[in-house]
Design a protein around this ligand. Sequence first.
Ligand SMILES: C[S@@+](CC[C@H](N)C(=O)[O-])C[C@H]1O[C@@H](n2cnc3c(N)ncnc32)[C@H](O)[C@@H]1O
Length: 246
Amino acid sequence: MQLFKALLSQLLACAAVLGLRTLFPLPISVWQAAAMQACLAALCSRGFRQPVWWLPIHLLFIPTILLGLSWQVPAWLYLLMLLLLTLLFWGTVKGDVPLFLSSSAVSEALIEIVSREEAQSFVDIGAGFGTVVVPLGNAKPDMAIVALERAPLPWLLADWRCRNLTNIRVGRSSFWDQDLRQFDVVFAFLSPLVMAKIGEKVRREMRAGCLFISSSFPIPNGVPESVLELNDRRKTKLYCYRIGRI
Ligand SMILES: C[S@@+](CC[C@H](N)C(=O)[O-])C[C@H]1O[C@@H](n2cnc3c(N)ncnc32)[C@H](O)[C@@H]1O
């Protein structure tokens, strides 16, 4: 659905620019037309209520193609870029959460929280490159850690980074298929779009008294036990929910 909306936005914007150029033959350059197309595509995307991370894609799509054509980039490079982006972002076109990474302040705060909780088990649902689980695995060698990541390239990198950390298992599976009952602390850095469904999942599966921590995005209608504001660039907020009292 997202891919369809993206294609439609691009096509509508192309049609609008071509139509305008035919009706009003203004002396604008190809680059100015590309800039107009990019802005219109971004507007259409907002109109179709696409998630906000589509904006840079729409803004850069046609200008990047033009740049490639003017530099005479070989065709195989486009294919390679497409392959790398697909392996990196995998389900994003279908509406999955894209890859963006937590700061070191987040992993430091998590180390403090799991120590205070005396947690024996931890899972990062959507682990990216292992930005959170690697420092956690080093700091807490006795804690059993699971990192779940669906996109192939981030999963490969996370798996490689965890190769010497025997307390971490990196799984290439969807967190929707993972039962959360076995974990004392569950961590997520996902997207506002999935938080209501995640809220249902943690309420249904996690044991009473355990902790669910969501970076940046609260559970709609959930009552956090505490909210930590970190001193990193994004001023990340960690929403901590005590199961049984959400
Ligand atoms: C915002 S990133 C967070 C990465 C990491 N947890 C961190 O804090 O740095 C979200 C990650 O979740 C992954 N993801 C999205 N949907 C997923 C799913 N259903 N199962 C497993 N991973 C998923 C994405 O591929 C992406 O790497």
